[in-house]
Structures are given as C-alpha cells and as structure tokens.
Design a protein around this ligand. Structure first.
Ligand code: ZN
Length: 387
C-alpha cells in the first residue's frame, strides 16, 4: 500500500516535470525559429550573406544577412554591425532602421542587423529575460527577438576549459569563445564566433571596407558606457564626433582602444585590416546586475528604481533619473553617432566621401519614436527579407 502511494507521488512529479519540459521546449523553439521582417529600403542594392565571403558559414546558424547600400558613386565604404551582442536591442534596431531608411549619395554602406545570429536565438532564462519585444508603429506592432551575449550552445558546443584567443594567445573566460566581441579577428577552423569574425574580415577585404562601426549597449555599472571606443587610426574622427555630438545633441565620450586587450572589434579589425574600427556604447539599465523585474517594459523604457538607487549611492558610471533610458533615446544616439562618424570620415578623407541621407538624427527618433521609421511588411510594394 505504502509502495503504491510512493509510486503515485513519483508518477505525478514526473508527469508535472514532463509537462513543464514540453511547455518550456515549445517556448524555446518559438523563440529560436522566430524571424524578424525587414522591409528593404530605397537604398538597398543587394542582399548577400556572410557565407558568400566564407563558404563554410553558408546555410548555417551564422550565415547572417549582409545588406549592401551602394550609391554607385565612388567614395568610402562603411560597415555597421548590429547585435554583436543581441541582448543589446538598440543596436539591431538601429541597423534595421538603416536598412529600411538610409539612402547613400556617395560611397557604400554595408549593414548587418544580427552579426552573431546564433546568439539572437537564445535568451537568458535564468535571468528571466523576455523572449520578444514589440515596437509600436503607424501601421501596427512590430515584433523582435531578444537575444543573449553569447552564441547559442546548441550551435557552438562544448566550450573549452580556457579560451585561448587567436592569434594573441591571451587567456579569456571560457564562454567568451562564443562572444563575438572577444573572437576578432577570428580563424577559419575555430569556434562558430571565431569563424564568424573570420568571415567578417574576409568581407572587409572583399568589399574594400574603409571603416567599421560596431554598435553596443552597456549596463550603467560598467565604466565603458556612453562613449565611442576608437582604434588609434580612428582617433581624430572619434574625437571630432564626440565633441560635436556633445556640443549639439547629447553627451558622449571618447576612449582609445587598449593596445593589449585582445579579441575586441575596435582593436583587432584595425590591427588586421585597412579599416579602423569604432565601437559605440549607449546606456541600457536592463543589463545592470542590481535591476528589478527584468521584463519587456524595462527593456523598452530603461526605467528602474533599483538602478536609480544605485546611482544615488554613487555606484554607477552614468546618470539615470525617473526618465530612464528609453529605446528611442538609445537608438537615436546610435543614429547620430553613425551619421557624425560618416561626416567626419568625409571631412578627413575628401577623396573617399561617404554621404548618407534619409536616416533620422537623435532628436527625430526621440520626438517621433523608433517605430515611425519601420515600414509595413504587408505594404503593397514591400520587399521583405526574413532576419
Ligand atoms: Zn556589447
């Protein structure tokens, strides 16, 4: 009798566990397979994928879409990388906005919305991340995937005990073998992230890229925030952009990429190609360790009383008040930073001008909301690419 009771309890526990596993599995699969809809804007002249530059990636998890906006006029070529870390959603939104809105009058713009697509197919369930977020637009609600910092272990496994960066030999944390901003310049036979960086380096060579902007967001507890980090060959442009943006639009700093810190885009791209690299950071309270409820609202509004409290105690490197750091402000900052870097690139490189129009500046995105700049994928003439 007693045996039967025990087995009944065990049976119920197993059934409940099974149901939870199935429900969680469905939720994970929905997120992993969800595709964002990108409406090709007037400036897009071709859509390639990373596998076109490094065949082993073709058809795999990181065969990222590469949007080419070529003016047909001679000039500079700029590569903008969104979502190197997909848990920093203002970066993919900014890149997405560029694809749908930018017109290039001189030179060529190349945009990648999800630079490490695998990392955008997983979130952090242990940190209670939302799977999706939604942006309101004139025509309805547009849905996006939230992602993680590292490539999905389903696509890149196992991690080494210690990650030895190639080619410097520097020792880094084991999971950073899946972190796109620790695996530059990459290698052909390395981890998925290393192969992805290797493919980007081949793209930079093949397309004759002159400068790279890698978009990021950071927690306010982190000292590298609200700033442009620049390779030593990009300092003049970064300094001018930082000064002008701070005088005219919003406060943004400027830092020199450390010489001995390896794997980062702003160090390795500049060291291993002709293209100097910039990394732009906006503040994202969602990433702060001391945050409260980690939901879509925090992701979009950047308002959090616990992060504010940390600020009152002097624990943050960037200010925050009851207005928070809304997604429109963060995307607007990235838009103006990209435009400003392009303007100063042109000023210092008269023979290789880069003239981009159609992209809203900070004040426009804040006033109108980022959703205003996304087209209806069901519009009559919309050409849609799934991302
Ligand atoms: Zn980042």
């Amino acid at each position: 009798m007693r045996l039967n009771k025990e087995w009944t309890i065990k049976g119920i526990a197993m059934a409940v566990t099974g149901i939870i596993l199935v429900l969680a599995g469905i939720a994970f699969a929905q997120h992993r397979n969800f595709k964002e809809e990108v409406v090709l804007g007037p400036g897009v002249t071709a859509v390639r994928t990373l596998g076109d530059y490094f065949t082993p990636l073709k058809g795999g998890p990181n065969d990222a879409n590469v949007f080419i906006l070529d003016s047909g006029e001679p000039g500079g070529t700029m590569l903008v990388l969104g979502a190197s870390h997909p848990e920093e959603p203002a970066t993919s939104l900014t890149a997405h906005l560029l694809v749908e809105n930018a017109r290039v009058e001189q030179g060529k713009l190349i945009v990648v919305i999800h630079s490490n697509p695998s990392a955008s197919t997983v979130t952090r369930p242990g940190d209670a991340y939302p799977r999706f977020f939604h942006i309101e637009s004139d025509w309805g609600i547009k849905k996006f995937r939230m992602g993680d910092r590292w490539a999905n272990p389903l696509d890149s496994w196992p991690d080494p005990e210690t990650y030895v960066h190639f080619p410097s030999g520097q020792l880094l944390a084991y999971m950073d073998v899946r972190n796109l901003n620790r695996t530059w310049p990459g290698r052909a036979n390395g981890s998925l992230a290393e192969q992805t960086c290797y493919a980007f380096m081949r793209l930079i060579e093949a397309e004759g890229v002159d400068l790279v902007i890698d978009l990021h967001e950071a927690e306010l507890e982190y000292p590298i925030i609200g700033t442009i980090v620049a390779h030593q060959r990009a300092l003049r442009i970064a300094a001018m952009a930082s000064m002008t943006l701070t005088a005219e639009e919003f406060r943004i700093g400027m830092e020199i990429s450390p010489l001995a810190l390896h794997g980062l885009s702003h160090r390795e791209i500049g060291d291993h190609s002709n293209a100097p690299a910039f990394l732009a950071e906006t503040p994202q309270p969602f990433l702060d360790r001391v945050r409260g409820i980690t939901d879509e609202s925090l992701l979009l509004t950047g308002k959090d009383e616990f992060v504010m409290k940390a600020g009152e105690r002097g624990l943050l490197y960037w200010p925050i008040d009851e207005d928070g750091w809304p997604i429109d402000v963060r995307v607007g900052r990235h838009c103006s930073t990209i435009l400003s870097i392009a303007e100063f690139w042109t000023m210092f490189n008269r023979s290789k001008p880069l003239v981009v129009t159609g992209v809203p500046r900070y004040a426009d995105v804040v006033a109108e909301g980022v959703g205003r700049f996304f087209a209806d994928p069901r519009g009559a003439s919309a050409q849609v690419v799934l991302e």
